[in-house]
Structure formats: C-alpha cells, structure tokens
Design a protein around this ligand. Structure first.
Ligand SMILES: [Zn+2]
Length: 183
C-alpha cells in the first residue's frame, strides 16, 4: 500500500497521466484523430496537430485529384497553439520577402530559407513578426508570435516545407524538419 502511494506521488511529480495544461481556443477545429501534444524546437510548449499534411476532409481546400472523394490537399501541417505563443528558429535561416505568398497564409506570414539544408519554410498565420527580409535568424531566436491572421479556425501555425524557391507544388511532409516530439 505504501509502495502504491509512493508510485502515485511519483507519477504526480512527473506529471504522468495528466495532459499538458493547454489553453483552448473556441475556434479550433481538429481534423486529426491524433490527440498527442507535440513539442518542437520551433515553438514554445506542446500542442496538438489540427490539420495534418496531405489529403484530408477539412473544408478549406479545393478538391485535389491526388485525394479520394472530394478531399483536398493540405500543403502544410497545422498545429493549434494559443494566440501569442513564441516561435523560435530551430535552424539558422534567411528571412525572405513574403510577397509571393497568397492571402490564405494571413497578412504577415514568415518565409525562411536554408540553402545548405535545401528548404524553404513557410509559416502561415503569423501577425507579429520581429524579423524582416534579409535578416538571418539563428537557433533559439524568437522571431514571431502565433496568431489567427487569415485563418477561420483560431490561432495556429501552418508549417509548409518547400524546395528552395520551389513554390507550392514542391511542398513535402514537414514533420522531420519540425522535429515533433510527443509529450
Ligand atoms: Zn494549414
């Protein structure tokens, strides 16, 4: 009995069995059955995937011939985060002018480029951004905060990995770049 009590106390200290504390945005709509919270070197805290990359039934995307039925193709991965969550640079990258990105990404999305590692990273729905085109972000720099700019479904980030200067058609599954770790 005493051993059980110790185990319960230990579990409480370690935070086992309790999901991470998380503010809820009433506008969030999850199109993923994955209920894990993921940490990443790109942002503070641990948060759920709201819309996964690829074919899915979220209503925001036009039908895509790659997808079954009337499903559309999501070129990024959406992570639901409370408004104002800090965004960190997980890799060194150059800040590129965001003018080539359409309005679906919000009023002030971030476009980062790392030629050596071979990617562009589009981060959609940011509003407060602390860097400008031509800047270099270094690992650990806070460069923006999460918002719902251009998004009908609450504060979140859209992470979209592309080839260098490659455009939307080159988007790939960004999860390895994001380094998501389930909590
Ligand atoms: Zn998205």
């Amino acid at each position: 009995m005493r051993a059980f009590g110790v185990l319960v106390a230990l579990a409480a200290v370690l935070g086992l069995g309790a999901p991470p504390a998380q503010a809820i945005d009433p506008d969030w709509v999850f199109y993923s059955s994955d209920r894990h919270h993921y940490a990443s070197p790109w942002y503070a805290g641990a948060h759920r995937i709201m819309v996964p990359f690829g074919c899915n039934s979220a209503p925001y995307y036009d039908h895509d011939p790659r997808c079954p039925g009337d499903q559309g193709f999501h070129h990024g991965l959406d992570v639901a985060m409370p408004c104002g969550t800090r965004l960190y640079a997980a890799r060194r990258a150059k800040v590129i002018d965001n003018a080539s990105l359409g309005p679906a990404y919000g009023e002030n999305p971030v476009l980062l480029r790392n030629r050596k590692l071979g990617w562009d990273l589009v981060i959609g729905h940011t509003r407060k951004v602390f860097v400008r085109p031509g800047d270099t972000v270094h690992r650990g720099d806070v460069f923006a905060r999460v918002s719902d700019s251009g998004a009908p479904d609450g504060c979140h980030l859209h992470f979209e990995q592309r080839a260098v200067a490659g455009g939307l058609a080159t988007a790939v599954w960004p999860r390895p770049l994001l380094g998501l770790v389930a909590r």
